[in-house]
Design a binder for this molecule. Sequence first.
Ligand code: APR
Length: 231
Amino acid sequence: MKKIVVLTGAGMSAESGINTFRDAGGLWEQHRVQDVATPEGWHRNPQLVLDFYNERRKQLLAAKPNAGHIALAELEKQYDIRIITQNVDNLHEQAGSSHIIHLHGELMKVRSSGPGEEVFKLTPDNYETHLGDKCPKGYQLRPHIVWFGEAVPEIEQAIGLVNIADILVIIGTSMQVYPAAGLINYAKPGIPIYLIDPQDVNVPTKNILVIKKRASEGMKELKEILDCPAT
Ligand code: APR
C-alpha cells in the first residue's frame, strides 16, 4: 500500500466552524498569542488561559467532522494514511482516521503542571478546567497543548513518517509555524506533494501540485488524482 502522509492545519477544520488562527477574524485577531499560548502567559494569568481553552472546547463540542475529514478517513481503505496534525481538535478521530499525531497537543486533554506531567482526558460533560483543579499529586491542571516556546515532543516521530512517505499532502495550514512547517523538507526528493488551500501559501519547495480549494472540495479532486495518476 502506498504511504501517504498528510500534514493538516486549522483550515482542515474551518468548514466544521472552528476558527483558524491567521485568517481574517481568526483566533490571533481576537486574542494576544503571548497571553493565551505561551508559558509566560500561563504564569502571568492562568485563569485567562484556562478561559481561552474552555471556550475553544465549547466550540469543538458543537463541531462535527466535515467532508474533508471524512474523505481523508475513507482514503485509509486504499492507502496507508498517516496524519500529522497541528490541530488540537479531535475531528480527525471523530471522522474515523486511525493514525494521527497531534504535534501541538490535544484540546480534550489536560495535564499536571507538576514534574510528572500526567495527562487526563476531559469529557463532553466535563470539559472545563479552572484554577484549583489539581492532579492527584496536588499540581494545577493545565491544557495539554504545546505553547509557543515549548518543545514539540512528537516532531521526531513526524519527521520519520515524512521521510518514508510515497506521497505528501498538506491541507489547511499557512506553513508559518516551525517545526511543523519544516516537515516538508524531510520528504524524499521527487515524491508527489499536494497542497490543498483556498489561498496562496508560501512554501519554499517548487514541485508542489496546488489544489486551490477548501478542504472538502480539494479532497474530492485529490482522490480523483490519486485514483487515476497521470501516466
Ligand atoms: N480549507 C482549507 N484550508 C483553509 C480553509 C478551508 N476551508 N479555510 C482556511 N484555510 C487555510 C488558510 O488559507 C490558511 O492557509 O488554512 C490555513 C490556516 O492557517 P493558520 O490560521 O495559520 O493555521 P495553521 O497553519 O494551522 O497554524 C499553525 O499556529 O498558532 C499556531 O499552534 C497554532 O497549530 C497552529 C499553528
